[in-house]
Design a protein around this ligand. Structure first.
Ligand SMILES: C[S@@+](CC[C@H](N)C(=O)[O-])C[C@H]1O[C@@H](n2cnc3c(N)ncnc32)[C@H](O)[C@@H]1O
Length: 157
């Protein structure tokens, strides 16, 4: 990770890659409404129901919710994607994730390739309040119980 990326990632301005509101609104319209944000803080949550790092959303039950998950992007992102996949196997539970498009990782092949829908975002998102585009591509991954025919497509920002 280069210096600029580190500064962007950890600056309060970027909010730690918080989801651009207009993009969240688009996802909400298309896949929502969402009623749980399992990784957030009171300032950046996208839903009234949310878990903070102190509560540890990774160890909570997401069953019965339609969750929107933009997880922490550092080490451990694989645990969030595994969790999204696992929770989505529960009844009435749907998980939509916004993640970096790291198609060469083990977790991508183990979990994302089993998603119901995967959309590759054209161009780069501007996270948080940043004026700059992210230094990585993003994807939207829909885990919805694995009962649908898989869809892989593209999505505009
Ligand atoms: C990429 S930001 C997403 C924020 C917001 N949900 C959004 O979509 O804009 C990830 C958030 O996860 C929080 N977080 C980190 N570890 C967590 C954990 N174990 N449980 C819940 N939240 C956590 C961070 O504090 C940060 O606010």
């Amino acid at each position: 990770m280069d210096k600029n990326t580190q500064v962007l990632m950890f600056s309060s301005k970027s909010g730690g890659w918080s989801t651009p509101q207009d993009f969240f609104d688009k996802l909400s319209w298309r896949f929502g409404p969402f009623d749980l944000d399992p990784c957030a803080n009171p300032h950046n949550t996208k839903c009234l129901n949310f878990f903070t790092s102190a509560e540890d959303g990774l160890n909570k039950d997401w069953s019965g919710f339609s969750s929107f998950v933009n997880p922490p992007y550092g080490r451990g992102i694989d645990k969030w994607i595994e969790k999204g996949y696992t929770e989505s196997r529960k009844e009435n539970t749907r998980v939509v994730m916004l993640i970096p498009s790291r198609t060469d990782t083990k977790y991508w092949h183990k979990y994302v390739m089993k998603a119901d829908e995967v959309y590759f975002i054209k161009g780069r998102l501007k996270f948080g309040d940043s004026d700059n585009s992210a230094p990585f591509p993003s994807a939207v991954v829909v885990f919805d119980g694995g009962t649908h025919q898989q869809i892989f497509g593209a999505m505009n920002r």
